[in-house]
Design a protein around this ligand. Structure first.
Ligand code: AMP
Ligand code: MG
Length: 324
């Protein structure tokens, strides 16, 4: 059986909210990527997320809430966490904090911290409101494959393992949220770069916010599996390069649209190189190249200039290209 893709009508949203309340799974759009959602306080429902994704149990889930007030029911907030939540929620920022006892261990992989985010996507918010429960939702893809940014991507990856997909069109950010560890507020650190940058966080927190770069060991409980060396990866061998150049059976992905007519193996991530456009298109184009029957994909590296989405994009591109 294949999953149903539901148009975002009010009656469909009400039906899907009921599915979630009674422990079912629904793939939902968010502004970052599509998430595979379940009732976060229902351990059995959350276990089904791990099963559907083939996700190892040591890879904790992000819990989605409407706002700070709902988040405070699930975690012990400190002033620093309240400040960044007030500034960046709803939005692509996940905050890691000590969990309260109502959060089941399956969600946090047995750990004593929980990752929380208030999404900005209007459909995610409406579903949270209608369901009236927090929603655990990792990306709606088979573990370690490219994240989905359309309902069709979810269908391709999980269509035979889940029943419901809510269609919200294409994700507007296109890369996963920034994960900020504030369990110790005097030592904030970024576990995964995203659209909310270290500079933006440092400004609000009035201290440096380093990014943890060392990759996690897959045997230990993962601090942030987004930090696994290989993640977000196509099945086709992928090489990051300064200058994609034709080879037989090679897909070439450029940062900006090359001038003139291009052969079918040439792809691009933006018209003029704008980072937000590159982020929106990265996963879609990687998927297209991955299913094009090529022996190799060459992906053009970002230039060395930093700022904005550059850290998140460099991170995803490197991990997508990493070898097992
Ligand atoms: P995904 O939603 O599939 O993009 O993955 C969720 C991300 O949130 C992963 O990188 C997790 O490691 C991270 N995460 C979730 N819970 C925690 C936690 N308690 N501590 C650290 N990172 C977490
Ligand atoms: Mg993921």
């Amino acid at each position: 059986m294949k999953a149903r893709i539901h148009a975002p009508t009010l009656s469909n949203l009400q039906r899907l909210a009921a599915v979630l309340r009674r422990g079912g799974l629904v793939a939902i759009p968010t502004e970052t990527v599509y998430g595979l959602a379940a009732h976060a306080l229902d351990a059995k429902a959350c276990r089904a997320i791990f099963q559907a994704k083939g996700r190892p149990a040591n890879d904790p889930l992000i819990v989605h809430v409407l706002d700070l007030a709902h988040a405070e029911e699930l975690a012990e907030f400190n002033d620093a966490a309240r400040q960044v939540a007030r500034r960046f929620w709803p939005g692509p920022l996940t905050i890691v904090l000590p969990k309260k006892s109502c959060v089941p261990g399956i969600v946090t992989s047995g750990g004593d911290t929980v990752a929380l985010r208030a999404p900005a996507h209007p459909l995610a918010r409406q579903l949270l409101r209608l369901a009236g429960v927090p929603l655990a939702a990792p990306s709606a893809n088979p573990f370690s494959y490219i994240s989905p940014t359309t309902a069709a991507h979810v269908q391709q990856g999980l269509g035979r393992r889940i029943r419901h997909i809510l269609d919200g069109g294409s994700c507007t950010v296109g890369v996963e949220s920034t994960v900020l560890d504030l369990a110790n507020p005097s030592k904030p650190r970024i576990l995964r770069p995203g659209a909310i940058t270290a500079a933006q966080l440092a400004k609000v927190l009035k201290r440096k916010v380093p990014t943890k770069t060392r990759s996690a060991k897959s045997t230990a409980r993962l601090l942030s599996p987004g930090l696994l060396d290989r993640h977000y990866s196509p099945r086709t061998s992928l090489r990051l390069t300064g200058r994609p150049a034709a080879g037989k059976l090679t897909a070439l992905i450029f940062l900006r649209q090359p001038a003139g007519r291009q052969p079918a193996n040439v792809y691009w991530l933006s018209q003029r190189g704008a980072l937000d456009e590159i982020a929106r298109n990265l996963y879609r184009v990687l998927r297209e190249a991955d299913t094009g029957g090529y022996r190799e994909i060459q992906l053009e590296k970002l230039p060395a200039t930093a700022g904005g989405l550059a850290a998140a994009l460099n991170d995803r591109m490197k991990r997508a290209a990493a070898k097992l």
